[in-house]
Design a binder for this molecule. Structure first.
Ligand code: HEC
Ligand SMILES: [Cu+2]
Length: 351
């Protein structure tokens, strides 16, 4: 009776732990369900190495089990000493050769994949985006289109997109696990890679190199849309007029405050490059606020009054005059009016 209770308890615990762990991987933030070229070929290599590991484990365990059963000490043999062997050429050759063969089986596809993923032969005819990592946000410059945007990168589905990745400060690492592998973002040089996504949707990206107190909050997204939607988005982004008059009086007040409170010194609206903070051209279409939080009016007001609470060590805190709640509210209203495209994460199937 007691023994059964123990087993049932263990089973319940196991079920609970698997449930909790199953919730760890966010949808579209996993390398195990690839939806892009780089992620897919990496997955193939992972599966190959797991198959090899399982085969080695099974064979070693079989030999081990046979050995302990067949050669165990039997009754009447208490004082028997088996034949003593020292060195066996055949065995040694076999157990040196097998690992070498296994390493070759792993190395050949890995090396081919590495070179394949670094191939930039058709880069000049493709979409090319300059990616810059910043403490703690990402900037995307569509150099062929004169579009600047931050946090959310829009790309067309089933299309190679070339990325030139660097950093404005310390070393970061660009990683969208469902679409491709990681690439370091260094301050000194530009690293290139290409990505290709197979399905429309919103994919989460992470900074994968410890870069400061808000490193784990340095999230971004890749918004994958159809080719027509992408063309539409490019058109919409190009035709944004940064000087356009906001719809309401309090949004107009927010625009004036935005210009008066040195926000504009760090945040560009339109295609001029902004040096210190994210480009806010299509801010209201963002999936999230500052990469991590739900983009709601309340959260935005809180952020404007105290960005430190959400992202410790960020480069905005303390660099602009303190805002009253009224001022922050008007600015929030202005910023939430910056939605210049029908093409947004929701239309791409964000959940
Ligand atoms: C010294 C430069 C600087 C100034 C001045 C500044 N910001 Fe920022 N701002 C930043 C940086 C840097 C970030 C990115 C913070 C992070 O995510 O780590 C940011 C983030 C933001 C975001 C979130 C953007 C996004 O893409 O989610 C908003 C909104 C914002 N700032 C609005 C303002 C407003 C409004 C003002 C003026 C009251 C202002 N900022 C003043 C540098 C600045
Ligand atoms: Cu980083």
């Amino acid at each position: 009776m007691n023994r059964w209770m123990g087993k049932i308890k263990a089973l319940i615990l196991l079920g609970f732990v698997s449930l909790v762990l199953a919730a760890c991987g966010k949808e579209n933030l996993t390398a195990l369900d690839p939806k892009g070229y780089g992620a897919e070929v990496s997955m193939d290599i992972m599966i190959l190495s797991i198959i090899i590991m399982i085969a080695v484990f099974v064979i070693v365990m079989l030999v081990y089990t046979v050995a302990i059963i067949r050669f165990r000490r039997k009754k009447g043999q208490e004082n028997y000493i088996p034949k003593q062997v020292e060195g066996n050429h055949k065995l040694e050759i076999v157990w040196t050769a097998i690992p070498i063969v296994l390493v070759i089986i792993l190395a050949v596809p890995t090396i081919f994949t590495v070179f394949d993923l670094a191939d930039d032969a058709d880069a000049s005819e493709s979409i090319s985006i300059d990616v810059t990592g910043n403490q703690y946000w990402w900037h995307f410059n569509y150099s062929n289109e004169e579009i600047q945007t931050s946090q959310d990168m829009y790309i067309p589905v089933n299309e190679k997109v070339y990325l030139n990745i660097d950093s404005a400060d310390v070393i970061h690492s660009f990683w969208v696990p469902t679409i491709s592998g990681k690439m370091d973002a260094n301050p000194e040089n530009t690293n290139t890679m290409y990505i290709e996504a197979y399905e429309e949707g919103v994919y989460w990206g992470k900074c994968a190199e410890l870069c400061g107190p808000s490193h784990s909050l340095m999230d971004f997204k890749i918004v994958v849309v159809s080719q027509e939607e992408y063309d539409q988005w490019v058109e919409d982004m190009k035709s944004v007029d940064p000087e356009a008059e906001p719809e309401t009086a309090s949004a107009q007040e927010g625009k004036d405050l935005f210009e008066a409170n040195s926000c504009i010194g760090c945040h560009a609206i339109g295609s001029s490059p902004s040096a210190v903070g994210p480009n806010l051209t299509n801010f209201a279409n963002r999936t999230t606020l500052a990469g991590v939080e739900d983009l709601t009016y309340e959260n935005l007001v809180d952020w404007l009054m105290n960005p430190e609470a959400l992202k410790p060590g960020n480069k905005m805190t303390g660099n602009y005059p303190e805002l009253s709640e009224d001022e922050a509210s008007s600015i929030a209203e202005y910023l939430l009016g910056l939605d210049h495209s029908e093409i947004n994460p929701e239309s791409a199937g964000n959940e």
